[in-house]
Write a protein that binds this ligand. Sequence first.
Ligand SMILES: NC(=O)c1ccc[n+]([C@@H]2O[C@H](COP(=O)([O-])OP(=O)(O)OC[C@H]3O[C@@H](n4cnc5c(N)ncnc54)[C@H](O)[C@@H]3O)[C@@H](O)[C@H]2O)c1
Length: 367
Amino acid sequence: MVLNAYIAYARIRHVGGQLIFLILFVKILTNEADISADEFLVTIYFTGFFMPATMQRPTGQSRKESASTSVLGGKHMKVAIIGAGTMGSGIAQAFAMCDEVETVYLCDIKEEFAQGGFSKIKKQLDKRVAKGKLDQASEDKVLSKVKTGLNTIATDPDLVVEAALENMKIKQDCFRDLQDNIVKNPDCIFASNTSSLSITEIGTGLSKPIIGMHFFNPAPVMKLVEVIKGANTPDDMVEKVKNIAVALGKSPVQVNEAAGFVVNRILVPMINEAICVYAAGTSDIAGIDTAMKLGCNHPMGPLELGDYIGLDIILAIMDVIFDETHDNKYAASPLLRKMVRAKHLGVKTGIGFYDYSNGGKVPVDQK
Ligand SMILES: NC(=O)c1ccc[n+]([C@@H]2O[C@H](COP(=O)([O-])OP(=O)(O)OC[C@H]3O[C@@H](n4cnc5c(N)ncnc54)[C@H](O)[C@@H]3O)[C@@H](O)[C@H]2O)c1
């Protein structure tokens, strides 16, 4: 028992913990405490009182936000996020909140777009601090990891996550430029956050395989990451990316390459169908959203979800699934196409099926 006590004492990392341990242990030996010495040792062994530093949660992170898996053998990761829009800024935040990540390069085609992504992250973290979910020092630490700029700042990442527009040529050009002119680390993993495009095709012309790392909106909150294996993606890369997702506190699901993968193949045609139902005059916007919320227990109605995702993204995904399958059931609603042409894209442009001006959310007739 004395040996056990000595081992326990030696493993306590902090001075305060050692002091408390000594006081309690002396009280037990002198019968002042109502617990046996062995019970005491067993109890504190399972409380994390002397947990090794590598297993401890970072300051200010809740248990849910904590990273638990070593993804690069103890080396801290550098990550580049290409595109600082809705998804890019959220993905950058998710990485910056991970204790195993040292630097997040948040890149866009203009400095001010990248800076805009940074401001979105700050706004989100400020909200967490205001709610008492994060302390100020932790917010400062997370923000200090994020460096903004053009894609050219991403010279030494271990991982690139591309979150530029849902367009094959843009994604292909991005990766080619990163490979040929920017990224110097030969072991860097190239991943795309595409919602629907072929991973294999995005990687055309690259000297190494790429992988899909599909986050969901809002990326810091949503648990799922679809890890998409293209035709050339090696199994060890899939395992590495799954581990990275786990380190971010996410739950990865491995998916084979297919238009829309799993979630969007099911979800996006449903949103498109809701737009067809609205265009047919079956019900109004609020009616359709309320019906699906109450009738199917969905947290958001399909039209408000379309606005939230971005109607340009919904249209792009429908077109990809249609082009891939040539099945008319995946034809995009003409009303959806009309709204995208009018830049009524939803939350990001301030108007879609709802008008978001002045912080509001009022249905707008789009027929
Ligand atoms: N919106 C969603 O809910 C969602 C969910 C999962 C995946 N995605 C996918 O994530 C990607 C981004 O979607 P989003 O909603 O964030 O779009 P977005 O329009 O909000 O942001 C795209 C950003 O990429 C930037 N960009 C364009 N070309 C670039 C380039 N060559 N280099 C660097 N940056 C570039 C744009 O300036 C813009 O800031 C798309 O592929 C989309 O399908 C979107």
